[in-house]
Design a protein around this ligand. Structure first.
Ligand SMILES: Cc1cc2nc3c(=O)[nH]c(=O)nc-3n(C[C@H](O)[C@H](O)[C@H](O)COP(=O)(O)OP(=O)(O)OC[C@H]3O[C@@H](n4cnc5c(N)ncnc54)[C@H](O)[C@@H]3O)c2cc1C
Length: 501
């Protein structure tokens, strides 16, 4: 049985481990931290549970192929899924617009606020319906791959949005509320088509939150892996991958331990792995080009968590405009407020947890990371930003702001420390307009048994991309092994579904 050593126990590494075990490989995952999951994580603070990750998990609708992948990975299947009524609500000058699960309701609400925009509203709703069909989750074609004829029929309804950014789409509307609504979820520079696919996913019950959210999902994946007999070594940071005569021979841990391997799968952030663990010249060229191309942007975010008394005055994610001073700090325009009333165990009886997010572009993220070198200044800056965020909340909900007690605050520097990403990025490159986000294959040229499994192979990353990359790395290994005439594993009959293509 060939032995696979997997560097990194995030979703990509766990997925690779599970599929490799199902395919009969001997596996060992080496994870730097005390538990597996990577960015799919959360932590406890002062009696509260802070959830770091899932806003929506694509693939929660049981008719989709992706659901089957999550079932194989132990994430879904017999697990309750919370399907929120709204994905997010944008609020401006006392008026609000929500993305409801019922697409008809979104259409009515948009028309209510701006009859003048009727033409653009109908086109947008039509495109969301076409995107649903593309994903095989429209009411009349559940779980059917779209036929070529259907692609030709649906494409014109989507093509228009492929070439524009969310900001350009927003400009087509007269209503400032609708404009803010369209810009605020992913930011203005994201491709409009990405926004449409997120809307379509959510409106098809395909973007819910599995019970227990991020930590519970990571735990289920970890258990699935170990139940299959996979070896997981936590607190085992890897220092080096030894390459000799065009083969990865072994992996060396920071404590000097040597682990021999027939295959090595790199399932950690490649921006750090190539350079620290391996020669940077080995990075696949296509990936290198994306890192060098300034139009492939990376991003991170600044977060605060507060405890508060009683009920929160909103449900789901609420997005507010940032004032100019904070826009300058973060180089982004919006403040996201998150509540967790669907997870009663996240806060003590009678209390609530409120988390806030401000997205930061690459340059702002690097500034946080540099500042971390000066602990006093870094802490002072975090507290100052947190207090200014409370003032934004006060402007909207004075009573709520009065009851807030800060319990945590974390920044792009936190993500950088946790995953070694040089920019603190926890998703892959932002999805820009007019580009087909092709999946970059996981083979490392010149080292036959070294493979990549990471969300960075796919724009814009996320949990499905990470899991898919893990599956693809194992498919590659099976291909390599097939030269030795190994039998085809049963799971390979699952159709391959690229989460983005
Ligand atoms: C705030 C936030 C919100 C998000 N929301 C969503 C969402 O709603 N939906 C969604 O789909 N995705 C979301 N994501 C993104 C999602 O978390 C990531 O796409 C996914 O977790 C990436 O998985 P990965 O395995 O590729 O990488 P990572 O999670 O980065 O895992 C890599 C692992 O490698 C380990 N590692 C690194 N270096 C070494 C080394 N030298 N030795 C050993 N181990 C090492 C790290 O410790 C880590 O565990 C969100 C992320 C964040 C932070």
């Amino acid at each position: 049985m060939a032995k696979v050593v997997i560097v990194g126990g995030g979703v990509a590494g766990l997925s690779a481990g599970i599929y490799a075990r199902l395919s009969g490989f001997e596996t060992e995952i080496l994870e730097a931290h005390g538990k597996a999951g990577g960015n799919l994580t959360g932590w406890d603070r002062e009696g509260y549970h802070i959830d770091n990750c899932i806003h929506w998990l694509t693939g929660t609708n049981p008719v989709t192929e992706m659901y089957k992948m999550w079932e194989t990975l132990g994430v879904l299947g017999g697990v309750e899924v919370y399907q929120p009524e709204t994905l997010y609500t944008y609020s401006m000058s006392g008026e609000t617009l929500s993305l409801s699960r019922d697409i008809g309701m979104l259409e009515q609400d948009m028309l209510f606020y701006s009859e003048n925009d009727d033409k653009e509203i109908f086109l947008l709703i039509d495109a969301i319906k076409a995107a649903k069909a593309f994903c095989g989750i429209s009411a009349d074609s559940n779980d059917k791959r779209v036929s070529t004829a259907e692609v030709i029929r649906l494409s014109p309804r989507l093509l228009r949005y492929f070439v524009m950014t969310a900001g350009e789409l927003a400009q087509k509307f007269h209503s400032p509320l609708i404009r803010g609504f369209l810009r605020s979820l992913l930011g203005e520079s994201f491709g409009a088509i990405a926004l449409i696919f997120v809307f379509a996913t959510f409106c098809s019950d395909n973007g819910g939150i599995p019970a227990g959210s991020s930590c519970a999902m990571a735990k289920r994946m970890t258990e699935r892996y170990t139940d299959l007999g996979g070896v997981l070594r936590c607190s085992s940071p890897v220092r080096e991958i030894c390459i000799d005569r065009k083969k990865a021979r072994s992996v060396i841990l920071q404590n000097g331990r040597n682990v021999d391997a027939d295959y090595v799968i790199l399932a950690c952030d490649p921006a750090c792995a190539f350079g620290r663990l391996l020669n940077s010249r080995l990075m696949p060229r296509k990936l290198m080009r994306r890192y060098r191309d300034r139009s492939f942007r990376r991003f991170s975010s600044f977060h605060c968590a507060f405890s508060c008394e009683g009920e929160l005055p909103f449900r789901g994610d609420l997005i507010l405009d940032l004032p100019d001073d904070l826009r300058n700090e973060f180089q982004s325009d919006y403040l996201v407020l998150r509540e967790f009333s669907h997870e009663r165990s996240f806060s003590p009886e009678g209390k609530q947890l409120l988390q806030t997010i401000c997205f930061c572009d690459e340059d702002v993220s690097r500034r946080f990371i540099r500042l971390k070198g000066n602990k006093v200044e870094y802490c002072r800056y975090k507290e100052d930003l947190r207090d200014r965020i409370v003032e934004v909340i006060r402007g909207q909900f004075p009573a709520l702001a009065a009851s807030l007690t800060p319990i945590d605050c974390w920044t792009p520097a936190t993500y950088s420390r946790y995953t070694h990403s040089p920019t603190g990025s926890y998703m892959s490159f932002a999805f820009s307009a007019g580009r087909l986000p092709r999946f970059i294959g996981g083979r490392v040229k010149g080292v036959g048994n070294l493979l990549l499994a990471t969300q960075w192979q796919q724009v814009p990353g996320g949990l499905p991309s990470a899991a898919f990359a893990g599956q693809m790395a194992v498919r590659e290994m099976i291909l390599l092994e097939s030269r030795k005439k190994a039998p085809r594993p049963v799971w390979q009959n699952e159709s391959v579904e690229n989460p983005i293509a």
